[in-house]
Design a protein around this ligand. Structure first.
Ligand SMILES: [Zn+2]
Length: 82
């Protein structure tokens, strides 16, 4: 198991796809800048990502941090509209 940890590791990774997307936040009750974030579980071998799964996308409020799940298509559309 120790050797496996040296050679390969599994970790959840987050990647910001877009910043400053104006959206209405249900917690702040006003229009705030949001982040479009992709979260995924990743298997790395010798620190190189070889397999990604369990991908999910979120809109995260830049003011309060409230995360709202969105579909892959919505995340891509929001990224393009930045
Ligand atoms: Zn908010």
């Amino acid at each position: 198991m120790f050797l496996f940890g040296l050679i390969a590791s599994v970790a959840d990774r987050e990647k910001v796809l877009a910043e400053g997307v104006p959206r209405d936040c249900l917690q702040c009750l006003r229009r705030t800048p949001h982040l479009v974030v992709e979260e995924r579980r990743q298997l790395s071998v010798f620190f190189l990502p070889v397999w990604r799964w369990n991908r999910r996308w979120y809109l995260v409020c830049g003011e309060c941090g409230r995360a709202e799940p969105v579909s892959r298509q919505d995340a891509a559309a929001l990224r393009r509209s930045e």
